[in-house]
Design a binder for this molecule. Structure first.
Ligand SMILES: [Zn+2]
Ligand SMILES: [Zn+2]
Length: 296
């Protein structure tokens, strides 16, 4: 069975309508924000709304929540770190209430204190959260482009964090691989051979079985440019051959694949061009079929 495929959906003021649209454009999987990605305080919710949203999300698998961008558990600032732990914990609890399968978060930045210090702060924080929360969604560390002091461009680093927090998280801790971030970090996926070598690197570090979500994005940054610039699939520098090798690998067939690019507007209007997204989802699906089946 190939991976389930979908896109990040902005829920805005009409979550149920947005999820209906997701179905119409061919999403089997979906990713959402449950709080504004650049705001510390989570929104209020009522039980009726939550139940309605959970029911609508029940039609998708996996259901992925992307945690707020602000979260930085490796932060040297105690206040930022405390706020980060609180918001990530809330996001996981919200994920439980909504029946989400996975919560993805950005690994963060050590702020100049060094990788080992950053990893230690992360591991301590993650273990703290696991001990405080009942079983809920899996928590996935998203790989990074490696700009500045950010952590997680390197597979060995991710493996160290997983190993450090494993005792408290068990198999509920895993990884989300973003293809644009791979490219930005300098992990070549530009050809079939390069993608296979990158997969071998991931497998050697922590095992492809720990990857639960793939963020399928193209990028306009150079390979190893350490910039996080998402482009719509087919409009950046990553070749179809490389993406195809990655997405059709049977060792990743258990993953959910999520397109994360911003929604295109119809020319000269404020209206979303969902036809474009329907086509990109279908194209992404063709990439999961592998080189043999898709040659014609
Ligand atoms: Zn992300
Ligand atoms: Zn991503």
């Amino acid at each position: 069975m190939p991976s389930a495929l979908g896109r990040h959906m902005p829920l805005e003021s009409h979550p149920l309508r947005a999820l209906q649209t997701a179905r119409e454009i061919g999403c089997e999987a979906v990713q959402i924000f449950v709080s504004s990605p650049r705001v510390w305080s989570p929104p209020a919710s009522n039980p009726k709304e939550t139940a309605g949203l959970a029911e609508a999300l029940g039609g998708f698998n996996p259901v992925v929540i992307h945690a707020a961008y602000l979260i930085n558990i490796a932060s040297s600032n105690p206040e930022t770190r405390a706020k980060s732990l609180r918001l990530l914990r809330w996001t996981l609890e919200r994920g439980t209430a909504l029946g989400a399968t996975d919560v993805v978060f950005h690994i963060g930045s050590h702020g100049g204190d060094g990788l080992d210090v950053g990893i230690a702060r992360l591991v301590t924080g993650l273990r703290e959260i696991a001990r405080e929360l009942p079983l809920g969604p899996r928590l996935l560390l998203e790989n990074d482009v490696g700009a500045g002091h950010t952590i997680g461009a390197n597979f060995t680093t991710i493996s160290q964090i997983l190993a450090g927090a494993r005792e408290d998280w068990g198999d509920r801790l895993g990884v989300c691989i973003d293809t644009a971030h791979l490219w930005g970090a300098g992990h070549d996926i530009g050809t079939r051979e390069a993608a296979q070598a990158t997969l071998a690197g991931i497998d050697a570090a922590f095992g492809l079985g720990q990857v639960w979500v793939i963020h399928l994005n193209d990028t306009t940054t150079a390979l190893g440019g350490h910039r996080d610039l998402h482009a719509r699939l087919g409009e950046g520098g990553i070749s179809a051959a490389g993406l195809r090798a990655l997405l059709s690998d049977p060792r990743l067939a258990h993953t959910g694949i999520i397109l994360e690019t911003p929604i295109k507007l119809r020319e000269g209007s404020e209206e979303h061009d969902w036809d474009d997204d329907r086509a990109r989802v279908a194209y992404a699906r063709s990439l999961t079929n592998g080189p043999e089946n898709s040659a014609h």
